[in-house]
Ligand binder design. Structure first.
Ligand code: 5GP
Ligand code: MN
Length: 595
């Protein structure tokens, strides 16, 4: 901002020649003129000129006849996100002001120049806001050419959380040119994706193969898969997806190493015998991430490495979960809490322990990645899994909403983190039969923690008291305040990312037939099977809450009639909801009944 301000100042102080050919300013030698203007300005009496220009700006403009000679043509303007653009804008706006005084600005010139100026201001605003909202972005203050790459890398390594972030960001400024390539890459993924896992060396039982065909469905029944797979749903989901996206071939993953990796993952998920955070949850979240990537076509926006990292992040995201919350670890001063300084305790462990496996000789599924690929893969997995820490939830949504309000592209790491976070809390947005079962399992896990807290003489955590927890009410709250807002933001994010891809696809007729349908919509509209499920499930919980309230009243009355003056307070019940036989189960996606 300071620099822009100075350029403007210099223009007021010394407008003549440059103003005549404003559109070529940056194009010819932006860097040199920038540094030059800053130095010259500080050494001249620009301060006094500033004072006079800000106190009577109109008169100083009127005094400067040279503004009248600015060409307002918009054919050769510098890109909006360059400092030169701000410089050009300031000159043109002053020129327009001057001409308005004389009533001589053609409407079209006025319109185009104001439109350009608005875009430039938006771009400046984006840079500023990003700097303020993104803690990884401190280095955006340092001009890319201001320091040697090595020094910049050292700054990134020492003073930011990730060196990768900085490099990636520089390379991935909004590039609509790359859209066509992305679509082509997408078609490749799509083709590969339709291939059967014929190169599979793993024997897949026929019943499992049959169920894996439903992997693209929103309300995929992971419990059925787990039964058919004899308790190995995670292994088959992982194997199937790495084959489907052709990652096994692309990254030369050795099949026995893959087998060993997946089996070790399953063993880790089973270590604490958790009712909820077990391998079926890992399989469920991974399949859900795949559903979002494939059904929304977000996979077309990603490189193979990013798809690989996303699938692995989902597979490992709760590895060796202890069945207790981060807060429990912190309160009990567990080894993990000590190790990770009370910060994202479990998430840090999931990542660390699974990278240990991936590093081991017999399970090294990453051994054919180049050093650069490995670093990028690791950075992505770390960011995605750390973002599953629920204590980041509100911050994460707020940051994404901010990004949605800006004209620039969405950061891939942040987009993928939100996808994984949504998948992680997606069961309330699935068919009731699935959601109901997950709820019972999660509540049972919470109650076990409550039992331990009671034994340890600790206060029982919220939702962990098996005698007092109001399950239906808490689920309504979880849907209303956590799940629904998350899916709303994710939907907007996906539409924002995919709209330009769809537009570009339309302009490339031959390609568009294969990737997007050509219906006459300018905005990409996402299919959102979760929306109906959320509404249906919420209603069911409301019905359940009403029944529970009745039941409590009835019990209370019963107690009172037994012991006339009793103070017994049993009015807040109660444990997991019994399998819902009274309410018919409706399939959210199809509207069909059945359990
Ligand atoms: P995870 O622990 O699986 O990585 O992150 C998901 C978190 O979301 C769970 O630990 C739990 O806190 C919360 N969660 C997921 N499903 C439900 C649910 O049905 N009800 C409630 N109250 N919380 C849930
Ligand atoms: Mn999880």
């Amino acid at each position: 901002m300071y620099r822009h301000y100075c350029w403007q100042l210099q223009q007021v102080a010394n407008p003549p020649d440059r103003a005549k050919d404003d559109s070529s300013v940056g194009a010819k030698n932006g860097q040199l003129s920038r540094a030059g203007s800053l130095t010259v300005l500080r050494r001249t009496n620009s301060k006094s000129k500033l004072a006079s220009s800000s106190s009577s700006r109109t008169s100083s403009i009127a005094e400067s006849d040279s503004y009248a000679s600015v060409d307002l043509g918009t054919d050769k303007l510098p890109p909006i996100d360059t400092p030169e653009a701000s410089h050009v804008c300031s000159i043109r706006l002053r020129n327009i002001l001057r001409r308005i005084q004389n009533g001589e600005v053609p409407k079209e010139d006025l319109y185009k120049n104001l439109e350009y100026a608005a875009s430039v201001l938006e771009s400046v605003y984006v840079d500023e806001t990003r700097r303020l909202t993104d803690e990884d972005d401190e280095l955006s203050e340092v001009e890319p050419d201001a320091v040697p790459t090595e020094v910049r890398d050292w700054l990134a390594l020492t003073f930011t959380r990730s060196m990768n972030n900085v490099r990636r960001r520089g390379q991935e400024k909004p590039k609509f040119r790359s859209v066509a390539h992305a679509i082509r890459a997408g078609i490749m993924v799509d083709r590969i994706y339709r291939r059967l896992s014929s190169s599979s060396t793993l024997h897949i039982p026929p019943a499992v193969l049959q169920l894996l065909k439903g992997m693209d469905d929103w309300s995929f029944d992971v419990f059925a898969l787990n039964s058919a797979a004899d308790g190995h749903s995670l292994k088959y989901v992982g194997y199937e997806l790495l084959q489907k996206y052709d990652l096994v071939t692309k990254y030369k993953i050795n099949s026995s190493m893959l087998d060993s990796f997946l089996l070790q993952l399953e063993a880790g998920y089973s270590k604490y015998k958790n009712p909820y955070h077990n391998l079926v949850h890992g399989a469920d979240v991974t399949q859900t991430v795949h559903n979002i990537l494939s059904q929304s076509k977000l996979a077309h926006w990603l490189t193979d490495l990013e798809v690989f990292a996303t699938i692995v992040a989902a597979l490992i995201h709760d590895f060796e979960h202890t069945g207790t919350t981060n807060n429990f670890h912190i309160q009990t001063g567990s080894e993990f809490a000590l190790l990770y300084n009370d910060k994202a305790v479990l998430e840090n462990h999931h990542i660390c322990a699974s990278f240990r496996i991936m590093r081991s000789e017999e399970s090294n599924i990453l051994n054919h990645l180049s050093r650069e690929e490995y670093r990028e893969f690791r950075a992505l997995v770390i960011e995605m899994v750390l973002a599953t820490d629920m204590s980041f939830h509100f911050q994460q949504l707020k940051n994404m909403k901010n990004l949605l309000g800006m004209p620039e592209n969405i950061d891939k790491q942040k987009a993928l983190s939100l996808v994984l976070h949504c998948a992680d809390i997606s069961h309330p947005a699935k068919d009731w039969s699935l959601h109901h079962r997950w709820t019972n399992q999660l509540l049972e896990e919470f109650f076990k923690q409550g039992d331990r807290e009671q034994e340890l003489g600790l206060p029982i955590s919220p939702l962990c008291d098996r005698e007092k927890t109001l399950v239906a009410e808490s689920q309504i709250g979880f849907i209303d305040f956590i799940v629904d807002p998350s899916f709303t933001v994710m939907t907007e994010m996906l539409e924002k990312i995919l709209t330009p891809l769809q537009k570009a696809a339309r302009s490339e007729e031959a390609i568009s037939e294969e990737v997007f349908d050509k219906s006459d919509k300018s905005k990409y509209v996402l299919s959102t099977p979760w929306a109906d499920c959320l509404a249906i499930n919420k209603n069911k919980w409301k019905e359940q809450a009403a029944k529970d309230a009745e039941e409590r009243k009835r019990k209370e009355a019963e107690e009172k009639s037994k012991v006339p003056n009793s103070n017994t307070n049993n009015n807040t019940t109660k444990a997991p909801v019994p399998a819902d036989k009274a309410t018919p189960v409706v399939n959210c996606s199809t509207g069909k009944g059945g359990n």
